[in-house]
Design a binder for this molecule. Structure first.
Ligand code: CO
Length: 134
């Protein structure tokens, strides 16, 4: 059911240092930082030929990733995002399979302006999974 890998998100404390790793060491195409106050993060998109990496740093006092960054001060993979054609059908399938959908279970508009849902990492091999309708 899932389609393409849309992005891998890496949470970091120091966005400038993270940009330097991807731009200077790895030689990737790195876009300017995008503050997303409604999501409590500042995001930098790293454009790869076949997908994206998103470097995220906490923004504001109650960022949803501040705890994660405190536990992983050197940075860590935060989630992977897979594309789906129909997010409500995907959600219903996940629930029928016994997987836990986080939050209210209703899709929210994500960082790319498209509907997203997050799935419990304990149901997906220890990895937080984002589904995005494209
Ligand atoms: Co994401």
């Amino acid at each position: 059911m899932i389609g393409r890998l849309n992005h891998v998100a890496i949470a970091v404390r120091d966005l400038d240092a993270a940009v330097a790793v991807y731009r200077d060491t790895l030689g990737a195409v790195v876009k300017p930082p995008l503050p997303q106050p409604e999501h409590g993060v500042t995001v930098v998109f790293v454009e790869l030929p076949n997908s994206k990496v998103e470097l995220m740093a906490p923004l504001g006092a109650d960022s949803p990733i501040s705890g994660f960054v405190e536990r992983n001060p050197g940075g860590a993979i935060h989630h992977v995002c897979y594309e789906v054609d129909d997010i409500l059908a995907a959600r219903d399938r996940m629930k029928a399979q016994g997987a836990r959908v986080l939050g209210t279970g209703e899709p929210k508009i994500g960082a790319h302006g498209k509907p997203v849902l997050f799935l419990h990492p304990k149901d997906f091999l220890g990895t937080l999974v984002e589904l995005e309708q494209v």
